[in-house]
Design a protein around this ligand. Structure first.
Ligand code: GRF
Length: 201
């Protein structure tokens, strides 16, 4: 199964996928890494011929960048498209084009804390638990059907960075597990819910 990965930054989630493929525990092939930032560190985690990047900020319209990105993704014919630390919102047309094979990892226990600064908000609210979710991407930000979540405790004295690190440690195996379900053909998006082996989750 062919994977396209979208990433904006460091790429540690992408690295977890690369490592699982190399270890033979994930039967997939990365056919492209796509970034909205020219010098995203994530790009360096794959060979140069698999890298695509443009400076999204240089485009006048969101749709112009999205269309170019979508065309580039289509040229590598992925079965699944995984947003792994992709920090830019995807427009409606883009989402519609890839709907059903588009996954995202988000650092919160959705539906709690959609959007940015999830760790700081969780700490400010004094919640006991925080974590990460992998979900199908729908047009509304961080609102698509959730496939799986991983939980961590929020501890006394946590700063956003400390909590982010604890969450990141569970993001990596979570994302790999969901991508494995995806490439094995075991999950499908069904409106606001997910089918696992044909049954609603
Ligand atoms: C992760 O916490 C991801 O959930 C969030 O941004 C971070 C990206 O980390 N959206 P990395 O680029 O995969 O290292």
């Amino acid at each position: 199964r062919r994977l396209a990965v979208l990433a904006s930054g460091r790429g540690s989630n992408l690295q977890a996928i690369v490592d699982a493929i190399d270890a033979g525990t994930l039967d997939a092939k990365i056919v492209g890494v796509f970034s909205d930032r020219l010098n995203a560190r994530a790009l360096e985690r794959v060979p140069p011929d698999l890298r695509w990047s443009r400076d999204a900020k240089a485009y006048a319209q969101r749709a112009d960048f999205d269309d170019e990105l979508a065309d580039a993704i289509d040229t590598v014919q992925p079965d699944w498209i995984v947003c792994a630390g992709y920090l830019r919102m995807l427009g409606e047309t883009f989402v519609a084009r890839f709907r059903g094979r588009l996954l995202n990892i988000h650092p919160s226990l959705l539906p709690a804390y959609r959007g940015l600064k999830t760790h700081a908000r969780a700490i400010a609210d004094g919640v006991a638990e925080h974590g990460a979710s992998v979900h199908f991407v729908s047009p509304e930000l961080d609102a698509g059907a959730v496939v799986a979540q991983a939980r961590v405790p929020v501890l006394e004295g946590d700063t956003p960075d400390v909590l982010a690190e604890r969450v990141l440690a569970v993001e990596h195996p979570l994302l790999v597990a969901v991508v494995r379900l995806a490439v094995e053909g075991r999950i499908a998006e069904a409106g606001t819910t997910v089918l696992l082996d044909g049954q609603p989750l």
